[in-house]
Write a protein that binds this ligand. Structure first.
Ligand SMILES: Cc1cc2nc3c(=O)[nH]c(=O)nc-3n(C[C@H](O)[C@H](O)[C@H](O)COP(=O)(O)O)c2cc1C
Length: 168
């Protein structure tokens, strides 16, 4: 039996600014028979096309990028403070070099659509609806280029339907 219970997106009590910007998320997608995960602290949640959505931004050099491109679904898992070290690891090491599940001791749950982690306090199961690369020409605030894109590594934006919300 699952230790999670499903709620509606409108029933999420956490502040999204804290959740994404301070707690951080693990973005997780299938990787063959297993999974890979990376930390993300940029993004958002809201409404688009009358659906509850998550906005996720992934740079092309991330190992996770290829998995995001291959898969229709991914998850965003949010954790309590005790997992900060695991999130730091997943935000500084690549799935090209490490099995992050093994290294962090986190427990993947292989949902039918995408994997997430048993230790999470909140999980958003996301189904990709739209993806587009950010680009130099569209940037209005020039300071953004020098602060975030000196390597020309513009994020790809994924707008994804939140198809399931799980809490403990
Ligand atoms: C706090 C924090 C937030 C991050 N947010 C993002 C993000 O929103 N998008 C992104 O592409 N990378 C972000 N990163 C960087 C990736 O998590 C990092 O490069 C990771 O090692 C990529 O793993 P992978 O190669 O296995 O995909 C963040 C890193 C940290 C520590």
């Amino acid at each position: 039996m699952s230790i999670f219970k499903e709620i509606k997106p409108s029933e999420i009590v956490n502040n999204p600014f804290d959740l994404i910007g301070k707690d951080w998320a693990l973005v997780t997608a299938k990787n063959g028979e297993g999974c890979n995960t990376m930390t993300a602290s940029w993004g958002g949640v809201g409404i688009m096309w009358n659906k509850p959505v998550a906005f996720t931004f992934i740079r092309p050099q991330r190992y996770t990028f290829g998995l995001m491109e291959n898969e229709d679904y991914y998850t965003l898992s949010f954790f309590d403070e005790e997992y900060r070290d695991a999130l730091k690891f997943c935000g500084t090491k690549s799935g090209r070099d490490y099995d992050k599940v093994k290294e962090t001791g986190l427990t993947p749950v292989y949902d039918e659509s995408a994997p997430y982690f048993e230790e999470a306090k909140l999980v958003l199961v996301c189904k990709k609806l739209y993806a587009q690369n950010l680009n130099r020409e569209s940037i209005i605030d020039e300071a953004t280029v020098s602060s975030s894109y000196t390597a020309d590594d513009f994020h790809k934006m994924y707008i994804s339907e939140i198809v399931k919300v799980l809490v403990k």
